[in-house]
Design a protein around this ligand. Structure first.
Ligand SMILES: Nc1ncnc2c1ncn2[C@@H]1O[C@H](COP(=O)(O)OP(=O)(O)OP(=O)(O)O)[C@@H](O)[C@H]1O
Ligand SMILES: [Mg+2]
Length: 279
């Protein structure tokens, strides 16, 4: 498997706040080594404050590592100029946030086209492309509406369409579905898996929900206090947790769910379609 993202011993220590008491600062990330394969969905899981969002921001270069290497698509981000980094970020990456982050005064189609606009794509072409992705996420009929006219689930479809419009090599999703009600959330997960079945993308998806992780992940990376505790397939983590922290996460996972994942492991090409069994 070719790696899209490789982290080598990455540590992140944020600079202290100006009014912070003197003394050592805890590392937000501590010696993380991790790879995400091309076309893989990697779910970053862990409790609040364990470093998930920090890890995501390291991958798109918005946050520099304190030490260690972050390699994306063959580029060592630490060696790139700010200009090259921005070029890489805009041209090959997209991010979807929990808060949707849509522009209230832009129509749905102009929101979906935003990344292309930033990339300098001419208007006719970006509208053509945005209409295409709106269709993919089931919003073909809503192109001229504005965000306030949409439900939360529809807004997040726009957020997803905006990310997909740039055809990113790396899609980063930070708790993207966490603000949605359970049924809408499950619909969005299934939409993501359907899109993944049409065209495989490399996706790093932050979640603290084990059911979501089991449903979406090819592999799960479980963080605790800035450290990577375990990295493996959902069934590996569920069946052989390395310690009590991992075990606690998977305690509530139904045995049937674990069995369906064991099946998926035996037939990887069917894994993306296993969603039907989890419902
Ligand atoms: N910009 C920042 N400046 C200083 N410290 C930060 C900054 N961002 C995050 N941290 C700290 O780094 C640690 C990891 O935070 P991070 O936001 O990555 O966690 P998280 O796993 O995404 O949490 P959550 O599930 O609550 O979103 C926390 O201790 C946090 O306080
Ligand atoms: Mg976070």
């Amino acid at each position: 498997m070719t790696a899209m993202v490789t982290l080598h011993h990455v540590t992140k220590i944020y600079p202290p706040a100006p009014d912070a008491p003197a003394g050592g600062r805890a590392a937000a990330l501590d010696g993380i080594s991790l790879d995400v394969g091309e076309g893989e969905i990697c779910v970053l899981m862990g409790l609040s404050g364990c470093g998930k969002s920090t890890l995501l921001r390291l991958m798109n270069g918005l946050v520099p590592s304190t030490s260690g290497q972050v390699i994306v698509g063959g580029h060592d981000l630490g060696t790139l100029s700010e200009r090259k980094l921005q070029y890489l970020r805009r041209g090959t990456m997209a991010m979807v946030f929990q808060s949707f982050a849509l522009f209230p005064h832009r129509s749905v189609i102009d929101n979906a086209a935003f990344g292309l606009e930033i990339a300098g794509v001419p208007k006719a072409e970006r509208h053509r492309r945005a209409a295409e992705v709106l269709e993919q996420v089931g919003l073909a009929g809503n192109a001229k509406q504005f965000p306030h006219q949409l439900s939360g689930g529809m807004r997040q479809r726009v957020g997803l369409a905006r990310a997909l419009a740039v055809d990113p090599a790396l899609l980063l999703m930070d708790e993207a579905f966490s603000a949605l009600d359970p049924l809408t959330r499950r619909d969005m997960q299934d939409l993501l898996l359907d899109l993944q079945a049409e065209k495989r993308r490399t996706i790093v998806f932050v979640s603290h929900d084990v059911d979501e992780a089991m449903h979406l992940a090819d592999r799960i990376a479980l963080l605790h206090d800035g450290k990577l505790l375990q990295h493996g397939t959902p069934e590996e983590l569920a069946a052989s947790p390395v310690d009590e922290h991992v075990r606690r996460f998977f305690r509530g996972v139904a045995p049937a769910l674990q069995a369906s994942h064991a099946l998926a492991a035996a037939a990887p090409q069917a894994a993306a379609r296993m969603g039907a069994l989890h419902g």
